[in-house]
Unconditional design. Structure first.
Length: 502
């Protein structure tokens, strides 16, 4: 591994701080794009945020901070008034006002009126996954462009809803696949595209979520497959998007197997775990418990907002009602002939990932350790966010945090492939993604890495997870074509038929 720095993609943790300012440090020019200054007098684009939970913070911070010269926040939309009030106060502070920003607040039933009355150019969708498709379609129909968080949707019907709305309106949908922008992932794209390892024949990809971050998906709406699509849609859409993008290819057939084998009441009972509290807040000395009072942001956004909708952010991970898997294995055949073997585990003692790309001329290997061990404090609690509280993270000697990309051609020794640094701290990708989201019309020249993504890339990514869910339900492989999602092939790729596979 390289130096044990903190190479985290910033938002892989629920309370991660905002991306460091894009203006704070200069990044490597190979991953940090160059943008022209906005022409004098150019009108700022008007943004509304739909879904004012944790993730909205990144966009609110960007529009009221680094990108305030090209973008303007004009309205909030959420089902919960307390969360809208939280961000309104935060935006007021960021904009240097004496009090809250005082932006108009709408419920989701009034999205169309919001777009028209507030003359919104772009709607940012940061709501729970199963709500994305209809909100995207309604925003497009009302006359706005859309920036939507992953996953694009959770179902086949959701995919069709988005495809039809884009066809009807001709409007723009930006998918914010931030993992592409993490320099280590960009570097692997560079290796594959360079031809260094030849034509890709197979990919092996293992992602391990630890007992803090992984457990967090079992505390909130993500634990419900109908709302999140399960981790193969919610989480792995990042990973499947990376493989689609690294290979410039389209998934053709998917087989998956998995189950809930660690979290949930049945597994807990089998392992002899006694009666559990229903929620983490107020629980002492339990590493599985998340106490919302320990994090002022979580307290304000969730505990103090519960009275409006009863949404509990801190449910116990060993209660009943979990309908998603915690161990998953997926086999994907690509149209171009490569095979992906993928696995996701959500109760690992360390967090990170390993990718091996085999090609006709050699092999590339990316290894990332994001947290070498989960360390408990004197009260038996785990530090929820190691990047926000680095003092609480023990330096692991046997598994130091870090990243390493090695390339080895046939008949040659292995060599380190340099991973360029991003902007801001932590080598993260979010700050670069935000530049592309808010300033892309000012970009000087095309991105050689092709990182910007639209709804087609969103479809390609969720196609694997949706097919995998179907495969787990039936025990059979699923042809992506049979899902009837429409054309997943980006314009610059050969069609599956032309590539000779199906
Ligand atoms: N790219 C990343 O790294 C990353 C990281 C975190 C979250 N996300 C994505 O961001 C989205 C939001 O995640 P989060 O952690 O902020 O969730 P959250 O539960 O904290 O916030 C969701 C918000 O949406 C509101 N909401 C629910 N239904 C709504 C509706 N129909 N209309 C309007 N508002 C509604 C909720 O009240 C809440 O305020 C998810 O799709 C998630 O996958 C992406």
């Amino acid at each position: 591994m390289t130096e044990p720095t903190a190479p985290r993609t910033l938002d892989q943790n629920p309370t991660a701080p905002r991306p460091a300012s894009a203006r704070a440090t200069q990044g490597d020019p190979s991953v940090v794009p160059v943008f022209a200054p906005p022409p004098p007098g150019r009108r700022r684009r008007r943004y509304a945020v739909v879904g004012t939970g944790h993730r909205a913070g990144m966009y609110v911070g960007a529009v009221t901070g680094d990108h305030a010269d090209v973008a303007e926040l004009v309205a909030w939309c959420d089902t919960n008034p307390a969360r809208m009030a939280y961000y309104d106060a935060e935006a007021g502070t960021a904009l240097g006002l004496a009090g809250p920003a005082g932006l108009p607040r709408y419920g989701p039933d009034d999205l169309e009126r919001l777009v028209v009355d507030e003359r919104v150019d772009v709607v940012v969708v940061t709501t729970p996954d199963a709500t994305h498709a209809s909100l995207v379609a309604r925003a497009l129909d009302a006359g706005a462009d859309v920036v939507v968080e992953k996953p694009l949707t959770t179902t086949v019907e959701g995919c069709r809803t988005v495809v039809r709305a884009v066809a009807r309106t001709g409007r723009d949908v930006v998918m914010t696949f931030n993992y592409r922008y993490a320099p280590r992932n960009s570097a692997l794209r560079e290796v594959v595209a360079s031809g260094e390892i030849g034509r890709v024949t197979s990919v092996h990809f293992e992602w391990a979520l630890d007992t803090v971050h992984g457990a967090d998906y079992f505390r909130r709406w993500h634990r419900d497959k109908a709302t999140s699509g399960g981790l193969l849609v919610h989480k792995a859409s990042h990973h499947f998007d990376l493989v689609n993008w690294w290979l410039d290819d389209v998934p053709a057939r998917v087989y998956a197997s998995g189950g809930l084998r660690f979290y949930g009441d049945t597994n807990a009972a089998e392992r002899g775990l006694g009666p559990r509290p229903e929620r983490g807040t107020g629980t002492v000395g339990d590493p599985w418990a998340l106490d919302l009072t320990h994090d002022p942001r979580l307290k304000a956004l969730y505990l103090d907002a519960e009275e409006h909708d009863g949404y509990r952010r801190d449910q116990d991970v060993f209660t009943s009602g979990i309908t998603i898997e915690d161990n998953m294995a997926v086999l994907v055949d690509y149209a171009g002939g490569a095979t992906l073997t993928y696995s996701l585990n959500a109760h690992s003692p360390w967090e990170g990932y390993r990718v091996t790309v085999n090609g006709t001329a050699g092999r590339a290997e990316l290894e990332v350790v994001e947290r070498g061990a989960v360390v408990l404090d004197g009260d038996g609690r785990a530090v929820l966010d190691p990047s926000a509280t680095p003092d609480g993270v023990r330096a692991e000697t046997a598994r130091p945090s870090g990243e390493r990309l090695r390339v080895q051609r046939h008949w040659e020794p292995a060599r380190e492939w340099p991973i360029p640094s991003g902007v801001g701290g932590h080598g993260g990708g979010d700050a670069i993604l935000l530049m592309d989201v808010f300033r892309r019309h000012l970009r000087e020249g095309p991105d050689p890495l092709g990182r910007a993504a639209g709804y087609r890339e969103g479809l390609r990514a969720v196609a694997v997870g949706i097919a995998a869910n179907q495969s787990m339900a039936t025990g059979l492989p699923v042809r992506v074509e049979d899902l009837g999602l429409g054309d997943l092939t980006p314009p610059d790729l050969p069609t599956a038929a032309a590539a000779g596979t199906g």
